[in-house]
Every structure is written in structure tokens, then in C-alpha cells.
Design a protein around this ligand. Structure first.
Ligand code: APR
Length: 311
């Protein structure tokens, strides 16, 4: 069996880190694709990463290219092509420019990678993955958006720091759209099996929820020229890995809902099982009336953006 091929569309900050992780985790050979103006950037990153392989003896390679033919036949495609936020911008402000890019990218994926498992990372996340699915016409199991794993990682990180405990023992789940009204499920958060509500006072938990919701903006304000890239790359790779190794991990991802959680025809963050079959299952939770109301609010925000997607 040959090595797996991972197409990385967009060779910017997240794209470069994705390529590095593909090699370091030996997931497969990565093809880092970008527009002709960025040819030097992707060829440079590929060369730089390949030279690092000697240190630990990695056998996977990165190719930098501006030619879709080299991306053809990828097992997994991860899309980060698009413009990141600048301070003061919302993710929705990116819709017009990133949708234009998505139209081009999705059409090429349909042509060149018809069997790939496709993970979208570009923002506004839930609307972009909706556009990707519509343009490609791929099965719903084949198309997914990365956001919930990142939002959940941020939440876990803040909890572990607040308690001074290992992040490994923090269990949490963030549902909903990748926007300011995402839904961290406090009731289900726990540390080593102990409910979070027993471990931290309400004000502390509320502050963690707020910081999680504004987690992307916090990094945009610090970086000033773009948005987060290390954690978004790592969380996307967790999804790709679950598919490639058939791990069947249950991860919060933007998946097409067809009645689950009372939502139809929209992509939004819910727990899904990712294995060799792609999105194999959507897990449904019994939500309290308050949680349901919060999810509905998040859905209405996603829907508003999706309604302005003109294909
Ligand atoms: N095809 C391929 N690549 C493209 C295209 C296109 N049509 N248009 C733009 N790109 C490339 C850019 O040239 C750039 O190298 O996408 C890359 C984006 O990289 P960065 O600007 O560094 O952005 P990054 O931080 O990686 O974020 C990318 O992910 O998290 C989201 O909001 C973020 O939408 C943004 C995306």
C-alpha cells in the first residue's frame, strides 16, 4: 500500500503548519497548493520542511505547487485558501472575498479530487463549508468543517489553566456555529470525571465561556496581521488523522444536518464520528431547554450568513 496523499489548498500560515504536521505525524505526502503569486512561498515551505525530515528521519514529503494536477487524487483535502481576519473584523466580514476563492477551489476539488475527504477551515466557517458542499455536489459524509475541535481545545486549555490540572483530563464540548454565539456545554464539561461546575465558581466558568467565544478575536488582536494558525492546523490534522487511520473519533465538527438537533439543510458544529467512511455518524445529545435555545440562536446566526451565499 502506497503512502496517503494530502492536498493542502492554501499555503499560508495554517497551510504551512498543516504540511509540517503531515510530515511529523507521518500521515502521508502533502501537496501544498497556492495561487501563482505564492509559488515561491509554497515551494520554499516544501523545501524547508523536507530538509527538516533528516533530523528525525521522516519519510513523508511535501511538494509545493500552483498546479491542480499535482493535487489530483488526494485522499484528504484541507482548505485554508482565503483571507484571514484583521483586528476589528468579524468572520462574516470575510464572506464576499472568501466565497469567491471557495468557488474556484471547490470546482477544482470536484474535478481533481472526486473521492477525497474534504475538510474546510476557511471562514466564515459554516457558510464556506455549505458552499463547498453545494458546489462539489459531494456526499455529505465527504465534506466537513473544522471549528468545533478548535473551539473545544480553547475551552479545555482555559479550564486546565484555571485549575492548574492536566489538559488531558479535561472533557468538554463546544457546539454550534463558529461564531460569537457558539455553545460551550458547561453541564457536560468535567475534569477527571468531576463536573466542572463543582470545581470552579460560576463567574470563573462564565469568563472561560466568554474567552472561548472570543478566542479567535483574541489572537487576531495579538497578531494584528492575521488570525490563529498553530491550533487551527493541529485540530484540522486530528480530523484528517481520524479519517486516514479509521480512528472513529467523535469530534465536534461542522456537518450537514438533516433534521438532527431540529436543524435542516445547514452545516453546524455537532459531535460526529470520523472514520474511513468520512462523517460516519452524527451523535445527538439531549439538550436542556436553555442549551436548545442557545443552539437555536447560534443556528440563526449561521443561517443569516448562509442565506447571503449566492452560488
Ligand atoms: N487557491 C489557493 N490558495 C489561495 C487562493 C486560491 N484561489 N486564494 C488565496 N489563496 C491563499 C493565499 O495566497 C494565502 O497563501 O490562501 C493562503 C491563506 O493563507 P493566510 O493568508 O496565511 O491565512 P491563514 O492564516 O492560513 O488562514 C486561512 O483559514 O482560519 C481561516 O479565517 C482564516 O479564512 C482564513 C483561512
Amino acid at each position: 500500500m502506497g503512502k496517503k496523499k494530502i492536498g493542502l489548498i492554501g499555503g499560508g500560515q495554517i497551510g504551512g503548519n498543516l504540511a509540517l504536521l503531515c510530515v511529523q505525524k507521518q500521515l502521508g505526502d502533502a501537496v501544498l497548493f497556492d495561487i501563482p503569486q505564492a509559488e515561491g512561498l509554497v515551494k520554499g515551505k516544501a523545501l524547508d520542511i523536507n530538509q527538516l525530515s533528516a533530523v528525525d528521519g521522516y519519510d513523508c514529503r511535501v511538494t509545493g505547487t500552483t498546479d491542480w494536477k499535482q493535487v489530483a487524487g488526494s485522499d484528504v483535502v484541507i482548505i485554508t485558501a482565503g483571507v484571514p481576519r484583521k483586528p476589528g473584523m468579524s468572520r462574516e466580514d470575510l464572506l464576499e472575498v472568501n466565497l469567491k476563492i471557495m468557488k474556484d477551489v471547490a470546482a477544482n476539488i470536484r474535478t481533481h479530487c472526486p473521492d477525497a475527504f474534504v475538510i474546510n477551515v476557511a471562514n466564515p466557517l459554516d457558510a464556506m463549508v455549505y458552499a463547498l458542499h453545494r458546489i462539489t455536489g459531494f456526499k455529505k459524509s465527504q465534506v466537513v468543517g473544522m471549528a468545533g475541535v478548535l473551539d473545544t481545545s480553547r475551552f479545555k486549555c482555559f479550564v486546565a489553566d484555571a485549575l492548574g490540572c492536566s489538559i488531558r483530563d479535561v472533557e468538554a464540548l463546544v457546539l454550534g456555529g463558529h461564531g460569537d454565539d457558539m455553545v460551550p456545554l458547561i453541564r457536560l464539561a468535567s475534569v477527571g470525571g468531576v463536573p466542572l461546575t463543582k470545581l470552579l465558581p460560576k463567574e470563573k466558568i462564565d469568563a472561560i465561556v466568554k474567552r472561548t467565544r472570543e478566542g479567535g478575536a483574541e489572537l487576531v488582536a495579538l497578531y494584528k496581521t492575521g488570525s490563529a494558525y498553530f491550533a487551527p492546523a493541529a485540530t484540522s490534522i486530528a480530523m484528517a488523522e481520524s479519517y486516514l487511520l479509521d480512528r472513529k473519533r467523535v469530534l465536534p465538527c461542522a456537518a450537514l444536518l438533516e433534521g438532527e438537533y431540529g436543524i435542516k439543510g445547514c452545516f453546524m458544529g455537532v459531535p460526529v464520528q470520523i472514520g474511513a467512511g468520512g462523517v460516519e455518524k452524527v451523535y445527538e445529545l439531549d439538550l436542556s431547554p436553555e442549551e436548545r435555545a442557545e443552539l437555536e440562536k447560534s443556528f440563526q446566526s449561521v443561517k443569516k450568513t448562509v442565506d447571503s451565499v449566492k452560488l
